[in-house]
Design a protein around this ligand. Structure first.
Ligand code: 5GP
Ligand code: ZN
Length: 114
């Protein structure tokens, strides 16, 4: 499996550094964001290293991420709805260069950014 030895999310995926894990399977790990921007803020991350959503991510990995988003929503009680965001590149403010989807919810999020 592709991994970048300097990548923090690769290390979390390999359980080399701790995180509050919400869901995990062979392909994906989901854990709470260190700096939450909403009452629920969980990151869904493929275990294999891809830079972002445009980095040739296989369809089966994307399907596993979609499944993991649903698992997070159920585990966190997001039946009233949630928002997903995936930043790519400088203009989006991507800070961790390992593909991740933010799952945000737990309150009405308003219409500030979509
Ligand atoms: P980005 O700005 O790249 O879309 O989001 C990166 C996210 O990763 C940020 O929301 C940041 O709080 C989170 N983050 C960065 N380092 C860590 C870490 O070591 N552990 C956890 N749980 N989250 C992290
Ligand atoms: Zn990585």
């Amino acid at each position: 499996m592709n991994a970048d030895p300097d990548c923090i999310f690769c290390k979390i995926a390999n359980h080399e550094i701790p995180a509050t894990v919400v869901y995990e399977d062979d392909q994906v790990i989901a854990f709470d964001d260190l700096s939450p921007q909403a009452p629920v803020h969980t990151l869904v991350v493929p275990k294999e290293h891809y830079r972002d959503i445009t980095d040739g991510v296989p369809a089966e990995v994307l399907a596993s991420m979609t499944h993991a988003i649903d698992e997070v929503a159920q585990a966190k009680g997001l039946g009233e709805g949630f928002r997903i965001i995936s930043n790519k590149g400088a203009h989006a403010g991507q800070t961790v260069m390992h593909l991740h989807v933010h799952v945000l919810g737990g309150k009405p999020l308003g219409e500030g950014l979509l």
